[in-house]
Design a protein around this ligand. Structure first.
Ligand SMILES: [Fe+2]
Length: 159
């Protein structure tokens, strides 16, 4: 058992007579070698067991010192600590925890499926074809410095 797996069970801490909520390290919903050859087991273990774990630990350490932020969901905590564009010290760790959670939930062995129905129609409307969208999406990822982690966001379907 790795050290970060044991630490992931620490969701609650009892200090004095208070019970304080802490954020836990979510496990990726797949085996660590499931994304090979596109993402190696070593890469998963670095991003999950080191980066993600570090952001969770850092956030929990910060929250130990600021109990006014207890009781929020992670989404709420990000909004609160964003502080109308003047981020509090907890914002970066909270946002990175969310970003890593979202990343793991977005990946699956064998890749994603072809979009269907309204999403496919919107992609075809906005990009001309799914093939053209795919080319632009890959181009965006390859031209992004660092991780190449890009998203397609659909705010609403437009007629
Ligand atoms: Fe990472």
């Amino acid at each position: 058992m790795q050290y970060w797996q044991r630490r992931s069970d620490l969701r609650w801490s009892h200090r004095a007579f208070n019970v304080s909520a802490y954020y836990g390290l979510k496990n990726p919903p797949f085996k660590h070698d499931a994304l090979e050859p596109y993402m190696s087991q070593r890469t998963i273990e670095i991003h999950w067991g080191e980066h993600h774990w570090g952001y969770v630990e850092g956030l929990n350490r910060q929250l130990e010192k600021n109990d006014t932020l207890y009781g929020h969901t992670l989404d709420e905590l990000i909004k609160v600590t964003y502080n109308n564009g003047n981020p509090l010290p907890e914002f970066n760790n909270a946002a990175q925890v969310w970003n890593h959670d979202f990343f793991w939930e977005s990946m699956q062995q064998g890749g994603g499926n072809m979009p269907i129905l309204g999403l496919l129609q919107q992609i075809e409307k906005d990009f001309g074809s799914f093939t053209n969208f795919r080319e632009k999406f890959i181009e965006a990822a390859l031209s992004l410095f660092g991780s190449g982690w890009v998203w397609l966001v659909c705010k609403s379907f437009v007629e």
